[in-house]
Design a binder for this molecule. Structure first.
Ligand code: PAF
Length: 277
């Protein structure tokens, strides 16, 4: 696997591989690579893209400096993990390469906003779209791979591609879940033992709620889960809602519906979504 430490090294590689018409697949990440990321790489490799995983912890998408500083990072382990799936290259962009005009975020996408994560993390998606657009400009991928765990992000990035008329195919990939049924997330590396035990207990309730909602969307199931979560002082719920996956509108019908959930266990934020059809 090629290890690219800056844009110059990326440009040199791109110039070589573009000559024979090879297509580029980009997997943007913030590192702390887990099996969810690896499945995105595998999808890209399967489609015969020259697969580049980018790793950059993007400051402009954090609402809180403390959260940014403690975002888990492990470059050596990330490289080892990406090697196991034979990823072609890993790219570590420099901050000034992604933010040539200074470290600030721009609001360019208004669709799918003011709801779900955007309501609780104002500006977060502006940080995401700013860095993702910059990555797209630098890497010029033919395809990009995003996971459904961050479903609202996926919708917003689709809009970003559409609005800018970018010749990029977005391939969305299903969440990879751990044994407890919850989608994998880099943030869970920060759990201590007690938080992990609590997370596993909560996951049983969440899965139970999902199974009930799959039969019929009854608002009482959401209320019960919400009540169970809020009874614990270590937990704070941001949202627990059923929305359709086309427009992200609230719905009480199962067609195209998903349960969207976000809560904190102390200072660790958990987000997930579950198909209800
Ligand atoms: O999903 C993520 O890991 C990040 O939001 C992304 C897309 C890499 C942008 O920093």
């Amino acid at each position: 696997m090629k290890i690219l430490e800056n844009k110059r090294e990326l440009d040199e590689l791109l110039a070589k591989i573009r000559t024979n018409g090879t297509k580029i697949g980009l997997i943007p990440t913030m590192g702390s690579i887990h099996n969810g990321h690896l499945s995105l790489v595998e999808n890209s490799m399967k489609e015969n893209f020259f697969s580049i995983t980018s790793i950059f912890v993007n400051p402009t998408q954090f609402n809180d400096l403390k959260d940014f500083k403690k975002y888990p990072q492990n470059k050596k382990q990330d490289i080892e993990k990406l090697n196991t799936v034979k990823c072609d290259a890993v790219f570590f962009p420099q901050i000034e390469e992604l933010y040539p005009e200074g470290i600030k975020r721009k609001k360019t996408i208004s669709k799918y906003r003011d709801i779900l994560c955007d309501k609780f993390r104002p500006g977060h998606f502006d940080g995401v779209t700013t860095v993702v657009k910059s990555l797209f400009d630098i890497v010029t991928p033919d395809a990009v791979f995003f996971g459904e765990k961050d479903f609202q992000q996926l919708k917003i990035i689709k809009e970003l591609i559409k609005k800018n008329n970018l010749p990029i195919q977005l391939i969305d990939c299903p969440s990879v879940r751990s044994k407890n049924g919850m989608s994998l997330s880099s943030r869970y590396n920060n759990f201590n033992t007690n938080q992990e035990i609590l997370f596993n207990q909560i996951s049983l309730k969440v899965n139970n709620c999902v199974n009930l909602l799959k039969k019929q969307i009854d608002i009482n199931n959401l209320k019960n889960l919400n009540q169970y979560l809020e009874e614990d002082k270590k937990i704070k719920v941001d949202y627990l809602e059923v929305r359709d996956d086309d427009e992200l509108l609230l719905t009480q019908k199962n067609k195209n519906a998903r349960l969207f959930i976000s809560f904190y266990i102390e200072d660790i934020r958990i987000i997930d979504n579950f198909k209800l059809y």
